[in-house]
Design a protein around this ligand. Structure first.
Ligand code: ADP
Ligand code: MG
Length: 399
């Protein structure tokens, strides 16, 4: 995939109708927005378009209405918040690309901003239905994609619409693509990847792909125990994906053949059961990973692994991290995740964090500002790291 895509700065938007796909999929409770982070994050692109005198038509999905007009998933709350942030009225359409949207889009003056209804109110959206793509395109002269979180989906409003309009990236997508694209295409070395989290199977392809690129691959978190089991160690009641043992063996052989250093935790925090509730106080012990008792489970990496992983991360020039090192939601089991986050924060390397829980961990633990780039995409950032082509990015014009 070509990462060198045109952005809003590479196209003349003055006086043009610009359809801008944003990620306004904000959490709400009883009709109120509980975090406006994503709306705030979209402001630089919107303000640029407004200041350049574009006629701005925003769109997004929210939740999963699956083609039904669920009033609790209306974007009206977003329009209200946007109006406050912009200090001017954001015109709310009552449909997605229907009569009301058409009339309101036609009446826009330079610098006006309107918002369409939830794109997933229309069944065709997630099917990338050309009819919806065409209807969206008919509202505008230019398409801007500024929603990285949905860039791995080929939907009408994320990719299909670009079949009919010149398409460029907004600032958010541009940042994701330039930082992550550079890290992957031409990384400063040593290049270290750190993987963790709960499911090996979800991240299998990533491991395979990263082994082609990195100098060191660190595996911690719940994923590590499947690798340890594949090495023949008993891992007690730890999370193990028994169907992936052969795969893990293959990956270890591949790492060796490629000269990639594969680091697994040498020690681990163990407890008799998973904490419930997740942040409950829990007695833990630390043992070597070769000596996990049958009635115990590994819930975090141990102090020796923390030191080893942190040293490898600190020596790197590029680090990508996806997946916490342990059950970080529990203070006792957050030590491994904190150690890795601290190492990233302390290093001069380009540091990239992807994955919803990993991003949340960095924020909760107070490291977010010291990381080069925290991706806004969970699935999208993983697919990006896998080297897959993301439809919402591939559809944009090359520079
Ligand atoms: P991300 O969202 O960053 O991609 P995942 O969703 O794959 O990460 O995994 C995050 C979850 O993994 C966290 O909720 C964490 O509690 C859990 N986890 C980490 N280590 C373990 C472990 N050893 N055993 C069970 N769960 C774990
Ligand atoms: Mg997750």
């Amino acid at each position: 995939m070509n990462y060198n895509k045109k952005s809003i700065e590479d196209i003349d938007v003055a006086g043009k109708r610009v359809l801008c796909r944003c990620d306004f999929n904000v959490p709400t409770k009883e009709g109120r927005i509980t975090s406006d982070k994503r709306i705030v994050a979209a402001m630089p692109t919107i303000e640029y378009l407004v200041n350049k005198g574009a006629k701005v038509i925003l769109c997004s999905h929210m939740g999963k209405p699956k083609g039904e007009w669920k009033p609790e998933l209306s974007l009206k709350v977003v329009a209200d918040r946007l109006s406050q942030l912009l200090g001017k009225e954001v015109i709310m359409a009552s449909d997605v690309a229907g009569e009301d949207s058409k009339a309101k889009a036609a009446a826009l003056k330079n610098g006006d901003v309107m918002l369409l209804e939830n794109t997933r109110y229309i069944k065709g959206e997630t099917k990338n239905d050309p009819e919806l793509s065409k209807a969206l395109a008919d509202l505008a002269d230019i398409f801007v994609n500024d929603a990285f979180g949905t860039a791995h989906r080929a939907h009408s409003s994320t990719a299909g619409v670009a079949d009919y309009l010149p398409a460029v990236s907004g600032y958010l997508v541009q940042k994701e693509v330039s930082i992550m694209g550079k890290a992957l295409a031409n990384p400063e070395r040593p290049f270290v990847a750190i993987l963790g989290g709960a499911k090996v199977s979800d991240k299998l392809n990533v491991i395979n792909n990263l082994l082609e690129k990195v100098d060191t691959l660190i595996i911690g978190g719940g994923m590590a125990y499947t690798f340890l089991a594949a090495q023949g160690y008993s891992v007690g009641k730890s999370l193990v994906d028994n169907e992936k043992l052969d795969y893990c063996k293959e990956m270890m052989a591949k790492a060796e053949a490629k000269g990639v250093k594969l680091l697994l935790p040498v020690d681990t925090a163990i407890a008799a059961s998973f904490p419930s509730p997740i942040d409950a106080e829990i007695p833990v012990e630390y043992v070597d990973c070769t000596a996990i008792p049958a009635d115990q489970m590994g819930l975090d990496i141990g102090p020796k692994a923390c030191a080893e992983f942190a040293a490898a991360a600190k020596a790197a020039k590029t680090v990508v991290w996806n997946g916490p090192m342990g059950v970080f939601e529990n203070p006792t089991l957050a030590k491994g995740t904190i150690a890795v986050a601290q190492a990233l924060a302390d290093s001069d390397a380009v540091t990239i964090v992807g994955g919803g829980d990993s991003a949340a961990a960095c924020e909760q633990l107070g490291f977010a500002n010291a990381i080069t780039h925290i991706s806004t995409g969970g699935g999208a950032s993983l697919e990006f790291l896998e080297g897959l082509e993301l439809p919402g990015i591939a559809c944009l014009e090359d520079k």
